[in-house]
Design a binder for this molecule. Structure first.
Ligand code: AMP
Length: 126
């Protein structure tokens, strides 16, 4: 079961459908642990999402429930994706939203990779 505050995993969520090949994506990277693809509504010149192949609602769920090999493999895939995008030298930001206050829209754990320009404040005012 997912950890408290994350709800049950919905296999109909849009990222689960992308993983099953039911919906297309602009793929950047794929390995046994993760799939990375361009965000459909980019918030920076480079905005890529990285999702684990397993069914996890959020980081809270993933960190608690996923085997250690999958956790390590996932974060390795995040770093590989950023490297593949040419972001290591200019730098980049990794962000994950968890739950309502963070505005998590898709209930399949994902991290955002932002880059391609100076990114400014960590948390926008307001
Ligand atoms: P979050 O608010 O952290 O749950 O972010 C969800 C992200 O998924 C948003 O940035 C959306 O633009 C993005 N998104 C939603 N549907 C798709 C899709 N079909 N392909 C790519 N990105 C998507």
């Amino acid at each position: 079961m997912p950890v408290s505050g994350t709800g049950a995993y919905d296999p109909g969520n849009i990222f689960a459908r992308i993983l099953r090949g039911e919906i297309p994506c602009k793929k950047v990277h794929e390995d046994q642990f993760a799939l990375a693809f361009h965000d459909i509504n980019p918030q920076a010149p480079v905005h890529v999402l990285v999702i684990p192949k397993g069914a996890y609602v959020s980081l809270a769920d993933f960190a608690t429930m996923a085997p250690a090999e999958d956790v390590a493999g996932f974060w390795g895939a995040v770093a590989d994706t950023a490297r593949q995008l040419g972001l290591v030298v200019p730098g980049y930001r990794v962000l994950t939203n968890i739950g309502a206050d963070a505005g998590q829209e898709v209930p399949h754990f994902h991290v955002h990779i932002f880059g391609g320009r100076p990114l400014g404040r960590m948390v926008p005012a307001g």
